[in-house]
Design a protein around this ligand. Structure first.
Ligand code: ADP
Ligand code: MG
Length: 247
């Protein structure tokens, strides 16, 4: 469903000469319906990697294929089109503060020209799906962090994506809300057959929800595989990182 081949992304260094290699030759494959994780320390290139999947960043080199479409070969207009089947959820929710929960969920539908009655209907359904059917009229300021992220997930699902990208989607949440949001992501994956790529710096999050994961370090994949395998593979850096720290 998602295939990256030898992807590199080089940025000009911010405010100084030289360049930063944010992603350094990453190859990655995620199957349809898989819940995949990318884990690594701050600055290892996770956010850049997730933005490369929907071509919010164009790779310096390498190829990105999503759902059989070679995105890196498409002109910008068709990339915009393809991006509609890729939902995204962010650490800080990125909701529109002036709009209600329902208004936020309707926003992408407005942008794709869906009529008002259909928007209302679909926003209602999606808010029910994320357990916020009774908060449709609430503004983000009236919602908890976990509730805001549920609205953001409903919004991401509004255009019926086949892929959901989550960049540190639980990093701003407390433990209870994190658990709730992760359970919701698993459930929407199961019910809607989505492919989920979740980026996080928290090993506990990967362990809780992912079928497979890769460990990123300084822009490179240093280990990866199905969780069940890496946890039992002797000397696996990812497996070791996933195990609880010795007391
Ligand atoms: P992570 O999400 O794992 O913390 P990032 O992908 O945000 O890592 O960043 C990886 C590296 O790329 C960092 O050194 C960061 O400073 C650099 N970087 C990211 N985006 C840009 C940009 N737009 N311009 C310059 N450097 C960037
Ligand atoms: Mg990041």
């Amino acid at each position: 469903m998602i295939e990256l081949k030898d992807v590199r992304k080089v940025f000009p260094a911010r405010g100084q000469a030289g360049e930063v290699v944010a992603v350094d030759g990453v190859s990655l494959a995620v199957d349809r319906g898989e819940f995949a994780g990318v884990v690594g320390p701050s600055g290892s290139g996770k956010s850049t990697l997730v933005r490369l999947v929907n071509l919010l960043e164009r790779p310096t080199s390498g190829s990105v294929t999503v759902d059989g479409q070679l995105l890196t070969e498409l002109p910008d207009e068709q990339v915009r089109q393809a991006r509609r089947s890729i939902g995204m959820v962010f650490q800080h929710f990125e909701l529109l503060d002036s709009r209600t929960a329902a208004g936020n969920v309707e926003h992408p539908l407005e942008l794709s020209g869906v009529g008002r009655a259909e928007r209302r209907r679909r926003a209602g359904e999606l808010l029910d799906l994320v357990g916020l059917g009774d908060r449709a009229g609430a503004r983000p300021a009236q919602l908890s962090g976990g509730q805001k992220q549920r609205v953001a997930i409903a919004r991401a699902l509004a255009v019926r994506p086949t892929v959901l990208l989550c960049d540190e989607a639980t990093s701003a949440l407390d433990q209870a809300s994190t658990t709730g949001v992760l359970e919701l992501l698993r459930r929407v994956r199961d019910e809607l057959g989505l492919t989920v790529l979740l980026i996080t710096h928290e090993m506990s999050v990967v362990k809780a929800v992912c079928d497979s994961a890769v460990l990123l370090d300084r822009g490179r994949v240093v280990d990866g595989g199905r969780l069940a395998d890496v946890l039992t593979r002797p000397g696996s850096p990812l497996g070791d990182a996933l195990l609880p720290a010795p007391v």
